[in-house]
Ligand binder design. Structure first.
Ligand code: FES
Length: 170
């Protein structure tokens, strides 16, 4: 009985080696390309970051004042600067309240005492939407939910605002 020789020819050896090295190099090139293509989609949004809205806490009164600030927004591969706004005041307990000015009916912008007919309320001119000072919607007006309220923190006496979150309904 003859023993079968399992020899690898020089040609086969080169084939295996070059295929292995070639595959390794291709993977090395593909991984960074894939990362570049997919990474912006997977990256966490910076929306959760807090922004300094250039308002000192000592300058906040119990009268709502509007503050505007800019944030850098990354949407996939598109980077843009977005202006955000809030109505900020201190409530009776001295707590800072920062309300979104976006009407919960169809998204117009509300103003504090925007109508002479409704003092001490936020007013939306689009369809006569109204909100109490707390941001809660006035029943029987078009908005069906309270104004969103911003996450907030205070650092070195300055107000920082984060995301606007929904609050309770009337
Ligand atoms: S959008 Fe504000 S009341 Fe309609």
């Amino acid at each position: 009985m003859s023993e079968e020789k399992q020899q690898v020819s020089r040609r086969q050896f080169l084939n295996y080696t070059l295929t292995g090295v070639g595959g390794f190099m291709a993977a090395g090139m593909l991984v960074p390309m894939l990362r570049m293509a997919v990474d912006p989609v997977l990256q966490e949004s910076a929306a959760g970051d807090f922004a300094n809205v250039s308002l000192a806490v000592e300058d906040i009164t119990n009268e709502p004042q509007r503050v505007d600030w800019k944030i850098k927004q990354v949407d996939g591969w598109y980077e843009s600067e977005v202006t955000k706004s809030a109505w900020v005041y201190k409530d009776d307990n001295g707590d800072i309240i920062a309300l979104s000015p976006i009407c919960k009916h169809l998204g117009c912008v509300v103003s504090w005492e925007g109508s002479e007919d409704y003092p001490n309320q936020f007013y939306c001119p689009c369809h006569d939407g109204r909100y109490y000072k707390s941001g809660v919607n006035v029943p029987n007006t078009p908005p069906t939910a309270a104004l969103d309220v911003y996450e907030q923190k205070v650092e070195n006496g300055m107000l920082y605002l984060g995301n606007a979150q929904p609050q309770g309904e009337a």
